[in-house]
Design a protein around this ligand. Structure first.
Ligand code: HEC
Ligand code: HEC
Length: 489
């Protein structure tokens, strides 16, 4: 199959070929350079500026204590440097972020997946969002809103693109931004299963924004002729502006590799050898294909599962050991399609700026690029050898739980014994031979023989994918936001 495709690829990239050593004269199938035409049309500066304010404004979280930027910070590679984020409640940024010892600074669980980087998501070829692709463009015309999402038919119309559709969801997640039932009106709406509609999360957030005159002014500038007064402010328009900001601020296509593709510079020797491996015998482009080094497909590569999981897969062993909710797995794409063959498949990540976005993998299980590469060399063995006790998870010392006492909701810290059981979730899948074997059994990535030197060369190539500007995007961080809430965490 690979051989059948090769000639087509080569003719498409004829202007950027070079001979790969060890493969005779066969040229490397390098992608053509990224150009403006690869991205959706530019949004107006006013719309981008509105989006920038919203991206950094904690007013979009139920308890007004976390913004999008907390987990996607411009100074942290548009991620947060953590394997698994602490969502609303916790304080601090990046590796300093911790839950506190009071109820208002508590968390109820870790966020179950690694916070991905947001580079180049304004490119047209991105039609799928999230590690499992649960938000995607609907090219079948099934949903009137234009996107297949967890909100199904309830997703409002008028969203500009798939990135805007994605921005509808973090605000509805209790762990990420909304908070817990009983704490605020947003969380209560979510608990009542209302996202859309007049009493839903999105309308309640729009009401908050309507009450802030500076936002109304920014919405008017961003949407001339559409927004005249506060009543025209909607969360869909907020989401469209956030997407415009993300697409503009986080476009990143000026790495040494990009310059090389444009014929504007050479890679250093190690990176060049790595590139030859990547586009040659290491077969990375079986999945990391195309201009952004992703086929946007879903593949099972036996990546170790750490953290609480996505509540998939009943496990009676966990239940009998801890007496607690016992769905410790993350079935990845399988939880979206409900097909057994999609279990443990996750979306191929783009590799631009990958050096800046660790820890790596959908659960952040590897904390060096070399380790995640070595995983690719022999996935099943790497999974077997992975020590979940050494996983790069930030310490979590206590969690709050909500219990219903008649009609009253009560928040209480887990007792030491129950907390011990709760903590076992972080390593449960990886230390359970049956669950680990299921992940290994789904693996599609064939081992590839690479010497230590070749792994080093591949790391050098991955580092040549860093756009120097992406190392410090602190100029995107506003000094203040319209709600007056602090920008820093
Ligand atoms: C508590 C941390 C947290 C906060 C706050 C947060 N995110 Fe995320 N974000 C994540 C995680 C984790 C994922 C991956 C979830 C998954 O795949 O299931 C994600 C995924 C995304 C993606 C998909 C990227 C891709 O390549 O598929 C985008 C875009 C995004 N977030 C934007 C936002 C925006 C906009 C906001 C604010 C409205 C926001 N995030 C708030 C943690 C966070
Ligand atoms: C069979 C498809 C496939 C092949 C071949 C493949 N990868 Fe991957 N790669 C993936 C998937 C899928 C992930 C994410 C898996 C997850 O998170 O569970 C990934 C993750 C990565 C990551 C971590 C990125 C991040 O943001 O977490 C790096 C780096 C990487 N691959 C580099 C490579 C290199 C270099 C090669 C060639 C040696 C390669 N990959 C070959 C599918 C593949």
């Amino acid at each position: 199959m690979k051989n059948l495709l090769l000639p087509i690829v080569i003719t498409a990239i004829a202007n950027t070929t070079l001979a790969a050593p060890g493969t005779g004269t066969r040229p490397l199938a390098l992608p053509t350079p990224v150009t403006d035409a690869d991205y959706r049309a530019d949004a107006s500066p006013a719309k981008v500026e509105l989006g920038r304010m919203l991206f950094f404004d904690k007013v979009l979280s139920g308890n007004r204590n976390i913004s999008c930027a907390t987990c996607h910070h411009p100074t942290l590679g548009t991620s947060d440097a953590m394997a698994l984020s602490f969502g609303e409640g916790a304080r601090g940024l990046g590796l300093d972020r911790r839950p506190g010892a009071t109820a208002s600074e508590a968390v109820h669980e870790r966020v179950p997946r690694n916070s991905p980087a947001l580079f180049n998501l304004g490119a047209r070829e991105y039609t799928t969002m999230f590690h499992d692709g649960r938000v995607e463009e609907d090219d079948q015309g099934f949903y009137e809103g234009g996107f297949i999402t967890p909100a199904k038919w309830k997703l409002p119309r008028g969203l500009d693109n798939v990135l805007a559709a994605q921005a509808m969801f973090p605000v509805t997640s209790p762990t990420e931004m909304a908070g817990q039932q009983g704490e605020n009106e947003i969380a209560n709406a979510k608990a009542a299963n209302k996202a859309g509609g007049p009493e839903g999360v999105w309308e309640l957030l729009a009401q908050r924004l309507r009450g802030i005159p500076e936002y109304v002014a920014l919405f008017r500038e961003a949407y001339p002729g559409e927004v005249e007064s506060a009543g025209d402010v909607t969360f869909v328009r907020a989401a469209n502006a956030i997407a415009a900001f993300e697409a503009t601020a986080f476009r990143s296509d000026d790495s040494p590799f990009d310059r090389h593709l444009r014929g504007e510079g050479e890679l250093d020797a190690a990176a060049r050898r790595g590139m030859e491996l990547f586009y040659g015998k290491a077969s990375c482009t079986d999945c990391h294909a195309g201009k952004f080094q992703t086929d946007h497909g879903f593949h099972a590569i036996a990546m170790p599962q750490i953290g609480p999981g996505k509540s998939d897969g009943w496990d009676s062993g966990y239940w009998s050991t801890t007496g607690q909710k016992a769905f410790p797995e993350d079935h990845g794409r399988g939880r979206v399609t409900a097909r057994a063959e999609d279990r443990y498949r996750f979306r191929t990540p783009s590799l631009r700026n990958v050096e800046l976005t660790g820890p790596w993998g959908h659960a952040g299980s590897y904390s060096t690029l070399e380790d995640v590469l070595r995983h690719h060399v022999d996935p099943v063995r790497s999974l077997e050898e992975y020590d979940a006790g050494e996983a790069p998870l930030a310490p979590l010392e206590r969690v709050l739980e909500i219990t219903a006492d008649g009609s009253e909701l009560r928040q209480s810290w887990l007792s030491p014994k129950r907390f011990e059981g709760f903590r076992k979730r972080d390593t449960w899948v990886q230390t359970n031979p049956t669950l680990r074997a299921a992940i290994a059994g789904a693996n599609e990535l064939e081992p590839v023989a690479l010497t230590d030197g070749e792994v080093g060369d591949l790391v050098a190539f991955l580092e040549s994918l860093t756009d120097p500007r992406a190392r410090d995007l602190s100029n995107e961080v506003p000094g203040s936001v319209p709600s007056g809430l602090p920008v820093e965490d």
